[in-house]
Each structure stands twice: as C-alpha cells, then as structure tokens.
Design a protein around this ligand. Structure first.
Ligand SMILES: C[S@@+](CC[C@H](N)C(=O)[O-])C[C@H]1O[C@@H](n2cnc3c(N)ncnc32)[C@H](O)[C@@H]1O
Length: 268
C-alpha cells in the first residue's frame, strides 16, 4: 500500500444535544483522529469538540458568508474537497456532523463514496438524529401507525403521495419551496402553496407540530401545535422539523387478511 493510501475517513454523528448524545465509539474516533472536520449547531458544541481533539476545523465557513449568494451545492463540493485533501495526505480524518451524519446530510455520503473510489478506508458511524429526538420528546412510537419522511422542498417539487394514516415528517420546512439552494428562509407564500398541496389529504384545521430539539441540556424542546392553516404564519427556523400526525384511522386490508385466513376481529 502506498503511504498516501493509509489515509482513512470516518463520518460520525454528534447527536443534537451538547456532548451527551454521541456514541462511545464515535467519541473515541474523534479523540484518536489526526484531524476532525466539524459541522455542529453552535459554538458550545464546537468548543466541546476542541476539548476532545487539538485539530478541529469547522466546515461552517464554506457556507455563504455576510450577504454572499452561494449555491449550497458548491458549499458541499468544497467541504468534500477539503475532507478528501486531508485523507489523500495519509491522515486519519474524522468528519463530525450534528445529528446522524448520513440523515438528510449529503456531505458524509459524498465524501465516503469519493474516498472509497480512491481506495481509502471510509465508513459512517450512526448518530442520534433530530427524528430520534422528536419521537422521544413528543412521545410517539412511529411503529404505531408507521411514518414517512421527506425533505420539504422535494415533497413540494415531486409527486409524493403522503399516507394520512401515518405520521409525516417534513425536514427543512424552514426553507420549503426554495429551488435556488441559496436561501436560508422560506416565505409565507411558499408555505401557503405547501398548505394547499397538503390539503388534498389533510383538513386545514388538522393539528401539526413544529418541533425543535434542544441543542443544550438547559433548553427544552419546542413542541408547538398549530393548525395546518396557520403554518404560513408560524415562526420557522433552520432547525424546525414539521410533524403531521395521522388524520385518518388505519384501514384493514381485507384482501390480505383473507389470504392469511384471518379477519379484522382476530387482530383485536
Ligand atoms: C440538513 S438536515 C440535517 C439533519 C441531521 N443530519 C440529523 O440527523 O438530524 C437539517 C434539518 O434537520 C432538522 N433539524 C436539525 N436540527 C434540528 C433540531 N434541533 N430540532 C429539530 N429538527 C432539527 C430540520 O428539519 C433541519 O432543517
């Protein structure tokens, strides 16, 4: 093996809440890395990472700075390039991303794929995602009726069909409807379009939940219940996830039950 091929890449998740939601294994990878790239919610999390490793480099500066207009695709390409550059130098590189590093997060997937293509060892360690926090904080077992997850803009741009008997999560609701990948806020007009789209399956008075997991142990989660109609006038941020609870009861599939030789009564 060439010296440069000794470089490795591990993408780890730091969870949402400061210092307490990372796995033992992921923490150990950070402690033993030659350098750590980071993308975490705030300065507290960044500082905590710096107590674990003396070379932590934030990926935050790759985002548009001070009024700059920058497509996030370019941001992600630059982040991947920065990570790969260090792997190619033969370093043990860790990329520490908040939440789960591979859930609604493309940089880790791109970087791992590129590293592997170039013959380096690369893998991902799972983390506690916003969704994992949501089920815990709101007190829902998604197995009760099932659930669906979509990125809010993708949900709007493509013909997705929600199942109103399940829980529906819309990620990145705070930038719903932006196709430019340059904006960090949506507008009430765009949210109104989403409300009209959802109204095909949900009544306007249906209660939806704006969820924000705490990033610090001293904070409480935001669990704000509003009607679907109120969504365009609600306060949304880059960390808001929209939960739309079921609007309809599960329906028995009598055809399949008959094939199994059972009836709805057998299911209790
Ligand atoms: C680019 S994705 C990153 C998700 C992250 N990889 C994870 O595992 O949670 C950003 C979206 O995740 C959700 N998110 C991030 N932080 C959150 C928080 N503190 N509470 C609720 N949702 C959050 C929001 O939907 C946000 O728009």
């Amino acid at each position: 093996m060439k010296a440069e091929n000794t470089g490795t890449l591990v993408c780890v998740g730091t969870g949402l809440n400061l210092a307490g939601q990372i796995s033992v294994l992921s923490k150990s990878y950070i402690e033993h890395a030659d350098l750590v790239f980071s993308l975490v919610p705030d300065g507290f999390a960044q500082h905590w990472l710096e107590t674990l490793n003396s070379d932590v480099r934030s990926l935050q500066p790759y985002y548009a700075q001070d009024g700059e207009v920058k497509n996030r695709r370019d941001t992600y390409k630059q982040m991947v390039a920065a990570i790969l550059e260090q792997v190619r130098l033969g370093k043990k590189v860790v990329c520490a991303l908040y939440g789960h590093p591979g859930v609604f997060a493309c940089v880790s997937h791109f970087a791992i794929a590129q590293a592997k293509e170039e013959g380096f060892n690369a893998h991902m360690e799972p983390g506690i995602s916003a969704e994992a926090c949501l089920w815990a904080d709101v007190g829902i077992d998604p197995g009760g009726s099932g659930h669906q997850s979509f990125e809010a803009s993708q949900f709007m741009f493509y013909k997705h069909t929600p199942d109103p008997t399940t829980h529906l999560l819309l990620w990145q609701i705070g930038i719903a409807g932006d196709h430019t990948l340059t904006e960090f806020h949506t507008s009430s007009d765009r949210l109104q379009v989403l409300v009209e789209q959802l109204h095909e399956w949900y009544p306007l008075e249906h209660e939806v939940i704006l969820y924000e997991a705490p990033n610090l142990p001293t904070q409480a989660p935001r669990i704000e219940r509003v009607s679907l109609a109120q969504l365009p006038f609600s306060q949304l941020s880059s960390i808001t996830t929209l939960l739309i609870p079921p609007a309809k009861q599960l329906e028995f599939n009598h055809q399949v039950l008959a094939k199994l030789g059972i009836t709805a009564d057998d299911l209790g």
